[in-house]
Write a protein that binds this ligand. Structure first.
Ligand code: SF4
Length: 338
């Protein structure tokens, strides 16, 4: 589908406001700005892993849901290979559903418990006409399972509840792989699994990126896994970008006071081990009490100044693509308005 010289995914000025609307369009209740003027570009090639990091309520799941088409934007655009996903015709919509796949935190919730695993794969094959006959279907299922380290005779005859959590998660990745997607939206895929399984799944993501040219939008609250596998990172704070850039630049040299605080909070008994620990984002409880105008981080910022309350800071250029939305860098060029 569509031209491939354009970026794989482009999000332009995406804003999502949740809230009720009463009769005749009148406001019917409080509104929540889940995402505000968010911009992102994922190049077409080579494939990359782009992390969207933030705590719950930061807008990262809203972002995943809008890219997957589960909910629309209030304003702004999402373009896949240059085409606005809101304007796709029926054929392109089906192609988009095939090319943009999702993997979730808890794959168990996604599957119909009354279907055997085999049937789950057969449904995808028949919906997207991936095979001409049963033998071909069997071959592509086996090939997809092999990519994630599973075998058909281990899982295909079972029901989802008979698989281990790790098998279910890998089966979901195999199902996504089967469709040869251009992009996988991975929403907290490793947050509920143990350390060895986490390493295995992150490794599969890297292989899919490097061997099969599949890009990822990796949604997480965990900076350590982003550091391990991510190319670019966008760190959200209450619906807006606090800092973005190449992952190693941002995490090794954080500029936004919020991101500095996150990195400092990593326990550091042994510097070599520091990325094996999880970096905890503050709870929503701790996040309450945000400023009503200006910089949203103002109430918690150790560098806050009066001017920070006047207007939301734009994203200032730290270097090339590394930007921080903070007035401490106001002598730098503006990358974009947030
Ligand atoms: Fe702190 Fe001001 Fe920067 Fe916001 S703009 S993070 S309040 S220094």
């Amino acid at each position: 589908m569509m031209s491939s010289s354009k970026p794989l995914l482009e999000i332009r000025d995406a804003t999502k406001i949740y809230g009720t609307t009463g009769l005749f369009g009148r406001k019917g209740g409080p509104q929540t700005v889940a995402l505000q003027d968010f911009n992102l570009t994922i190049k077409d090639k080579p494939a990359t892993i782009t992390t969207i990091a933030g705590e719950s309520g930061s807008g990262k799941t809203t972002l995943a849901n809008t890219v997957l088409g589960f909910t629309g934007l209030t304003s702004g655009q999402i373009l896949y290979k240059g085409q606005d996903i809101e304007d796709l015709n029926r054929r392109d919509k089906l192609a988009y559903r095939r090319e943009v796949q999702a993997i979730f935190q808890d794959p168990y919730e996604v599957y119909n418990p009354f279907y055997r695993v085999r049937h789950i794969f057969d449904m995808v094959i028949s919906r997207f006409k991936l095979a001409r006959n049963k033998a071909e279907a069997r071959d592509i299922i086996e090939a997809a399972l092999k990519v994630v380290g599973l075998r058909g005779d281990e899982v295909l005859h079972k029901y989802p509840h008979q698989l281990s959590g790790g098998q279910r998660q890998r089966m979901m990745i195999a199902r996504a792989y089967l469709l040869k997607p251009g992009l996988i939206v991975a929403d907290e895929p490793v947050s509920m699994v143990d350390a060895s399984l986490r390493a295995m799944i992150l490794d599969i993501m890297l292989r899919l990126r490097d061997e099969f040219n599949i890009s990822f939008l990796y949604i997480t609250h965990d900076l350590s896994t982003a550091y391990q596998i991510g190319d670019d990172i966008y760190i959200l704070y209450q619906g807006s970008i606090a800092e973005r850039g190449e992952t190693t630049h941002v995490i090794e040299n954080p500029k936004h006071p919020y991101v500095q605080l996150l990195i400092e909070s990593i326990p550091e008994p042994d510097p070599d081990d520091k990325w094996d620990t999880h970096i905890r984002f503050p709870s929503e409880e701790e996040m309450r009490g945000s400023a009503t105008s200006g910089c949203r981080f103002y109430p918690r910022c150790r560098y806050r100044m009066d001017r920070c309350l006047e207007a939301q800071p734009p994203l200032y250029a730290i270097s090339d693509e590394h930007g921080a939305a903070c007035y401490l860098y106001d002598e730098a060029e503006i990358l974009e308005r947030t």
